[in-house]
Design a protein around this ligand. Structure first.
Ligand SMILES: [Zn+2]
Ligand SMILES: [Zn+2]
Ligand SMILES: [Zn+2]
Ligand SMILES: [Zn+2]
Length: 227
């Protein structure tokens, strides 16, 4: 695989570009976020526990999210969000468990505030064939009013990892599955080299979208948040 720089992402509140390692700390002190929190708390509505969840792919650590989630929401809401932003290909089964892969399954109807405390980490598995494994860790909790009408607020997300075209070293935007599965090669291609790439047993090269599931099962994006 081509060399990668340290993973970066943007704070959704102030737009600042930060290295992955700095975001948890930044989010707890971001002035723009504090202003949004203050404005939300002045509106009518109920206060509740709001959880800061750090989400990352279990193996591809360049794919990560920082979410804030209502304590009254359920794991089903989190499953829906993860499917939409990263995972959904053909409606496979999924589950949450505590204590890793083989740990105890936790029912989808479970409320977030019943399962998470700071430090608690759940494993989410999507698809028991070609599995995507996601770690969800509560890194903080606050009392307040939700920032939006949705159960989850996206606070930060990794920028698309930079990978190089195997032919020319320019930034790659396409992936050839035949290279990956038949030749054990990265299969990453720029626009130009995707156009006349010789392989088609797995179809045309597919777009590299910002998801850890690219190249797995029938996943083809769009890797956009649902709200
Ligand atoms: Zn910020
Ligand atoms: Zn699938
Ligand atoms: Zn190229
Ligand atoms: Zn190929």
């Amino acid at each position: 695989m081509a060399r990668r720089k340290q993973s970066h992402g943007n704070c959704a509140f102030c737009g600042r570009d930060m290295a992955k390692g700095g975001l948890s700390k930044h989010l707890s002190s971001c002035a723009e976020r504090q202003a949004v929190i203050k404005a939300a708390n002045q509106k009518p509505g109920k206060s509740e526990k709001l959880f800061h969840l750090r989400v990352q792919d279990a193996y591809l650590s360049d794919f990560w999210l920082h979410l804030e989630m209502n304590g009254s929401a359920t794991l089903k809401d989190l499953d829906y969000y993860l499917r939409a932003i990263w995972l959904e290909c053909c409606g496979h089964l999924s589950q949450f468990s505590i204590g890793g892969w083989s740990g105890d399954e936790i029912a989808m109807r479970t409320r977030i505030d019943r399962v998470f405390r700071p430090g608690v980490e759940l494993t989410h598995i999507y698809d028991f064939g070609t599995s995507s494994e996601t770690l969800v860790k509560a890194v903080g909790v606050r009392e307040g009013k939700p920032l939006t009408a949705h159960p989850i607020t996206l606070m930060a997300r990794n920028l698309q990892p930079e990978v190089e075209c195997v032919e020319c070293g320019q930034p790659a935007t396409w992936l050839c599955l035949e290279c990956v599965y038949e030749f054990d090669e990265p299969g990453t291609l720029c626009d130009k080299h995707a156009e006349n790439h010789p392989h088609d047993d797995y179809g045309e090269p597919m777009p590299l979208v910002n998801s850890p599931r690219v190249g797995m099962c029938g996943y083809s994006g769009p890797a956009e948040p649902p709200y």
